[in-house]
Design a binder for this molecule. Structure first.
Ligand code: SF4
Length: 680
């Protein structure tokens, strides 16, 4: 007879649109046997993505890969040499060093966190202590999507109240602009888009798997999306597909915007974007017929003019009246707030409001290089040595002997190697939490399936213990997980205890019927209308209206380098799982045959890719999936596991986009030269 096992339903908390349901099979002795998809989950329908299937059944369960005890540095900074320590010793050391900075200048304690886990407690709770200390936050979204948030806030007053994806059943067209679901939202690629009755248009410089399956793929040169949006606006206006009544009643500046679009006919658009005129016409007609959905991807805005791009693209729903009715609307993200989640309570912003101004990830390397501005660095849920730009400069900064660095993580990442104290974090399989998906309007339970490996602890418990070690007794710093979960659940209005949510796994919010975006016709802008012309943007130096512009093409001999996710990467997560890494394959530079020929490169040959920040030697991969003049090296991977100790971020610069001090990573230009592989 087989020994008894238990199946525990839970939810993947990664930074991912899908928020898949999982089932964890646990043996009688408490060991996890396997992690699989939940067949009853409405989005993932029994499957996790391929990378998670391997990693959750690989390194996440592997004692030899996981950090299982606190560590204290014994070797030179960055050598990754540590000795084991008790929690008491490690936290006493951290408390002594951070406590010493409290009286001096706590703003010189810098903290970084992101979405290594995007479940609410593991994401937010540590912020309470950092805020209590008066430490300086590295604004998390500046590494990802702040330009888009800023732009959409100008136009609609919010970037966090997107369409309900279930309304796709009512849409005649879905326009996916700058997102790659086949890599970053695999279940939306496989199910949601595939089953949508409307035509699918994809705008992406790369012919991704999603683009290849679309009814229409527009392939603009990177940085020309605003020009393409104005080209669509031109055709919409020319062919009577605008909604004058909607603009009159609900928008400001529609007429002015369309005047700007008047010169942007399909021929002009082709000249500025590379998209054939016929394709511009067809896209405008499909979208303009409506009802239509617009999915604004995160990759779209990682450009020097990313804010202007998103303002331009975001005009489409308002100009065509594709708002406030079934099958219409736009989505950037569905934020926690539209399910009643109180972020200020979770993060301690309500209890500890007076904190220093945050800095951008684009400024992290220079900030940490400067002892006058930084004396300690604390991070959790993030691996800046793999994910931040200007990798070499950041490494030099983190090698400062007088910078006291504390890292909480599951694995010995490159950032962990540079720490003074390492705190082993529990995995998502090892504690209860809440997951609030950012695509679907749902609410899910992350349910503890096993005890933490070794002495690992959930982030919340690590920072509770650290607060005690610092001598703090503020109630928010010591609040137990169960109380936070109960209060947060009560705020959602779901009417469920955690045990009930855990049993159901995922529930729709607010209910079974799709929500209607902006159903009341009110927009949370200063005017209460859609601000196509925006005084706040003008006051901030961005102009009242978006502009029909495109970035200059790279000079001869240069390529514009894109570094999107591959289907096997999720930022730097899973970079240490051998099976995932094997499938992700070698880091390569993809480019067209024409560009390769001009650069005297052939398929498989080594090339040196050089930017002002650094250089990388990688094999060339010829592709027809890119426009001429564009190169692609995927992001992800751990630098120390690569032959030359770097990933693509050794090339990327700290250039910020036009809005939100956010990354402009897809604006990078590089020089590519052949490498003689026979040279020593
Ligand atoms: S990373 Fe995304 S696709 Fe993969 S299992 Fe998690 S939620 Fe699903």
């Amino acid at each position: 007879m087989n020994p008894p096992t238990r199946d525990i339903r839970t939810t993947c908390p990664r930074d991912c649109y899908d928020a898949c349901g999982a089932v964890v099979r646990v043996a009688a002795d408490g060991q996890v046997i396997h992690v699989r998809g939940d067949p009853d989950h409405p989005v993932s329908r029994g499957k996790l993505c391929r990378k998670c299937t391997l990693a959750y059944n690989g390194v996440f369960l592997d004692r030899d890969e996981r950090l299982t005890e606190p560590l204290v540095r014994i070797g030179p900074k960055g050598a990754g040499q540590f000795r084991g320590a008790s929690w008491e010793e490690a936290l006493s050391l951290v408390a002594a060093r951070l406590g010493a900075l409290l009286a001096d200048d706590p703003a010189r304690i810098v903290y970084s966190h992101y979405t290594g886990s995007f479940a609410l407690l593991s994401y937010f709770f540590p912020m309470r202590l950092m805020r209590r200390l008066g430490a300086t936050e590295v604004a998390p979204d500046t590494i990802c999507n702040d330009a888009g948030h800023t732009a959409l806030s100008y136009v609609y007053g919010t970037s966090l109240d997107g369409f309900d994806p279930r309304t796709a059943a009512d849409a005649h067209c879905i326009l996916v602009w700058g997102a790659n679901p086949s890599a970053s939202a695999p279940h939306q690629h496989e199910h949601w888009l595939h089953e949508a009755p409307g035509a699918v248009i994809v705008v992406d410089p790369v012919r991704t798997a999603t683009a290849a399956q679309a009814d229409l793929h527009l392939q603009p040169f990177p940085g020309s999306d605003a020009a393409l949006a104005f080209g669509l606006l031109h055709v919409l206006a020319r062919d009577g597909l605008t909604d004058e009544r909607f603009m009159r009643e609900h928008a400001i500046g529609g007429g002015e915007l369309l005047e700007l679009a008047a010169p942007c006919d399909p021929a002009w658009t082709h000249d500025h974007t590379g998209v054939p005129a016929q394709a511009v016409e067809r896209a405008a007609h499909l979208y303009g017929a409506g009802p239509s959905l617009l999915w604004i991807g995160q990759g779209l805005q990682r450009q020097p003019t990313g804010g202007n791009v998103v303002r331009s693209v975001a005009a489409l729903p308002a100009v065509t009246g594709n708002l406030g009715r079934p099958g219409s609307g736009f989505l950037y993200l569905n934020g926690f707030g539209n399910r009643g989640i109180d972020e200020d309570y979770l993060s301690g912003a309500d209890s500890f409001p007076d904190v220093p101004a945050p800095i951008s990830h684009m400024a992290l390397a220079s900030h940490l290089a400067d002892a006058a501005r930084s004396r300690a660095f604390v991070c959790w849920n993030v691996n800046p040595m793999g994910s931040c730009p200007d990798q070499r400069r950041l490494r030099r900064a983190l090698e400062r002997e007088d910078l006291f660095t504390v890292v909480a993580d599951l694995f010995a990442t490159d950032t962990v190697d540079l720490a003074d104290v390492v705190l082993p974090a529990a995995s998502w399989l090892e504690f209860d939490d809440l997951v609030v998906p950012y695509f679907h309007r749902a609410l899910s339970a992350q349910v503890k399936a096993a005890e933490p490996l070794g002495e690992a602890l959930p982030n919340s418990e690590i920072f509770r213990r650290l607060a005690r070690a610092l001598g703090f007794d503020d109630t928010p710093l010591l609040e137990p997980d169960e109380a936070i979960i109960a209060r947060t659940l009560a705020g959602t209005g779901a009417g469920l205890e955690f045990s009930e949510l855990a049993a159901r796994g995922t529930v729709w919010m607010p209910g079974e019927a799709p929500a209607l975006q902006f159903a009341d016709g009110r927009y949370p802008t200063p005017s209460g209308r859609v601000e196509l012309a925006c005084e706040a943007a003008a006051a901030d130096g961005h102009g009242r209206l978006p502009r029909p512009i495109a970035d200059a093409r790279p000079q001869r001999g240069r390529l514009r380098l894109l570094s999107p996710a591959s289907p096997w990467s999720l930022n730097t997560s899973f970079g240490n799982d051998e099976r995932v890494a094997a499938r992700d394959g070698e880091l390569t530079l993809s480019l067209t045959a024409a560009d390769a020929g001009a650069l005297e490169l052939s398929d498989g040959q080594l090339a040196r890719v050089t930017s002002p920040a650094g250089s990388l030697v990688v094999p060339v991969q010829i592709t027809d999936a890119l426009p001429a003049g564009v190169g692609l090296i995927p992001k992800g991977g751990w630098p120390k596991l690569r032959a030359d100790g770097a990933n693509v971020n050794v090339l990327t610069s700290a250039q910020a986009s036009d809005m939100g001090a956010s990354t402009a990573i897809h604006g990078l230009e590089v020089v590519v030269t052949p490498v003689d592989s026979r040279a020593p």
